[in-house]
Design a protein around this ligand. Structure first.
Ligand code: FE2
Length: 290
């Protein structure tokens, strides 16, 4: 299939610097958006690419059924309960695993973070049955990014770039991800799935983008469980702590859950291309006393 987005991306990337700040948040129904992406009609290709490269972030509504996300929270919680917290680099043959990344351990990551993450790779046996439903949607986003819809799907770490699904739980009070710019070279757009609803599953904080004047732009109140956001990878974003008055616990199911889909350069590649943290003094985006 011809990819009409790719030359437009390449032209923009040659002529203008990468976006760092969000411009507008555009809310669209996923079915309509998907149909337009697949149609690749010239005016849409041009306008959506230019808009994303100018820093617009698209909040796609109803991408996954709510029940899919709720079941995923349950299943990931059960998966972690039955297994020890472990870590494996992205090397050939890596198993799926989960890791508790507490405040101390999270200081060693490229962006400071505190979270509990489950990592799933397409070459393993898909214990939670995630890949069919996720690939159905990821293929649409990959086309829009200028890739083959099934690009990287069959890759393993020795091929350089691999797909990885991450189910994340940010526990109350201490869970966070500092503002950052994501790696853009192999995946132009971040592709983030929302699994929790603010005001229902957690209070305050959560996902934010960085807007003009380094001011946080909050979108959590617009988010329903099953929505997805996409934006150019270099647009700064982060996760602020939630439920400040709760006691954090690693074995609970509360806090904020999140689904991340990313094509990563594996650890088989020397000098991996990574993102970078941005140091901003925005109130409330780091845990208290951090
Ligand atoms: Fe990110």
């Amino acid at each position: 299939m011809e990819n009409k987005y790719l030359p437009v991306w390449e032209g923009l990337e040659r002529s203008k610097p990468f976006p760092s700040h969000v411009r507008n948040v555009v809310e669209v129904d996923y079915q309509d958006f998907k149909n337009e992406v697949l149609r690749q009609e010239e005016s849409f290709v041009e306008s959506v690419t230019v808009s994303l490269y100018a820093g617009d972030v698209y909040l796609l509504k109803n991408v996954f059924p709510k029940e899919f996300m709720v079941a995923l929270r349950e299943n990931a919680h059960a998966y972690c309960k039955d297994r020890p917290s472990e870590f494996y680099k992205m090397l050939e043959g890596s198993p799926d695993f989960h890791r508790i990344i507490n405040l101390e351990a999270g200081k060693k990551y490229s962006f400071r973070v505190c979270k509990h993450s489950c990592y799933f790779y397409p070459w393993n046996n898909d214990p939670l049955g995630l890949f069919p439903a996720i690939y159905e949607r990821w293929r649409v986003v990959k086309l829009l990014m200028g890739l083959r819809p099934d690009e990287y799907e069959k890759n393993t770490p020795k091929d350089g770039v691999v797909d990885r699904i991450q189910i994340v739980r940010y526990p109350p009070r201490i869970g966070f991800l500092e503002p950052h710019s994501d790696p853009y070279r192999y995946q132009r757009l971040f592709f983030s799935g929302y699994m929790s609803k603010r005001g229902v599953d957690f209070q305050g904080g959560g996902f934010y983008l960085v807007g003009p004047g380094d001011k946080p732009v909050e979108i959590e109140d617009q988010i329903e469980v099953g929505d997805v956001s996409i934006g150019y990878a270099t647009v700064w974003h982060g996760v602020a702590p939630v439920d400040q008055d709760k006691e954090p616990a690693w074995d609970k199911q509360d806090g904020r859950w999140f689904l991340s889909m990313y094509s990563n350069v594996s650890d088989e590649v020397p000098n991996r291309h990574t993102g970078y943290p941005v140091k901003l003094s925005i109130e409330g985006v780091l845990p208290k006393d951090y």
